[in-house]
Design a protein around this ligand. Sequence first.
Ligand SMILES: *Cc1c(COP(=O)(O)O)cnc(C)c1O
Length: 465
Amino acid sequence: MELHYFEPFKTKMTEPIRLSTREEREEWIRHAHYNMFNLRSDQVMIDLLTDSGTGAMSHHQWAALMEGDESYAGASSYEHLKETIREITGFEYFLPTHQGRAAENVLFTVLVKAGDIVPGNSHFDTTKGHIEYRKATAVDCSVGAAFDITNEYPFKGNVDPEKLEDIFRSHPVEKIPLVIMTLTCNTTGGQPVSMKNLREVSELVHRYGSLLFIDGARFAENAWFIHTREEGYGDKGVREIVREMFSYADGMTMSSKKDGLVNIGGFIGFREEELFRRATTFNIMFEGFITYGGMAGRDMNALAQGLKESTTEEYLSYRIRQIAFLGERIASYGIHVIRPFGGHAVFVDALGFLPHIPREEFPAQTLSVELYIEAGVRTAEIGALMADRDPVTRENRYPALEMIRLAVPRRVYSDNHMQAVADGLGRVWARRKEIKKGMRIVEEAPILRHFTVKLERSEFTVHSS
Ligand SMILES: *Cc1c(COP(=O)(O)O)cnc(C)c1O
């Protein structure tokens, strides 16, 4: 008989969840101007706003923390992390940074200049931000399937090699300093990149004489998808797959807040010493000396341990299974979810959920608010609010998809919590036709408005059909 499934860890320390009533939550969210970022964490019962820096450390990591070496130069924690990164990724050289976007800042200061083009699968927003800040252009070469929610293609994070080659054919290589592959592709829903695609892209990029960098925030989750979905990798271990993935690249940037299993931190990995040397100057300027780069010694120690834990079969099978569990429980109510499920989050289609709320009234934000009031669950809107206004016409932009994202912190919640989230969403689904009002903007910032926007319930009333 098969063993009953259970999480591969037990609880040693607990953090209480403040239980709230619907009346309290209605009051709190009104006070927060219907913006999830304005809620205090104790006003939230299950927090699925993000999986970034919200994970739980193991007791080995807490022990590693105690042994951190806080020497300014040459700390043993640095050596320990360097050795671990070399072992896991194969990159000989590395620079610590305070988080992922700092790694991007340092690397792009060396490589990217005005007028350049940086192709990739869909770039993460801070990556795109750092490219555009330098007056360069991030070009999205994702496969077509990436944007089709009904398409079950297993590697929706892939780059379309033809789109990429077109760019290399039509521009001098000096204008394309690097190509970035984001593993998994956050922007398209935590979707993985296949090994075959990495190999092809690497061959193409190097044939034209450019560099390939991996944005590896969720590299371990990506490796697990290769292990379970790609032909020829079922018998290979996670570590072996990770090594092969990185073997195709010249370096990586990392947000350790994801698959590093720590709450803050980042790094850059390099294959060649020359590029490492050039980046070192800027790392010292922006982040800190070579051997700490914005991280405490204890945090580097905990990160080294986190990288070892995130690249194990026990951890990854638990992680990816829990996301799928949440997705399937939600789908069991007939609610439309994006498939295949990604590595860190479940996405719910708000247009299918609230088809009677017009897009000008932000159906995804409306759904996010209703779920909060119903069950105390905090989620992120990935729709028109986040898409912002067109910088030129100042009109609202309406992306193809209007979704809420349920991002699951690592090792924090049990399947019971996931079941409660799905049931809460199921109760909103049962009363969806009674949700007659969307949202209206009262106040907004000129860019990145979703973080600070103030909203109220619209006065719109649905006409019964
Ligand atoms: C989070 C993230 C970043 C930025 O990292 P921070 O640690 O938040 O600065 C970059 N790329 C991807 C894919 C990410 O998920």
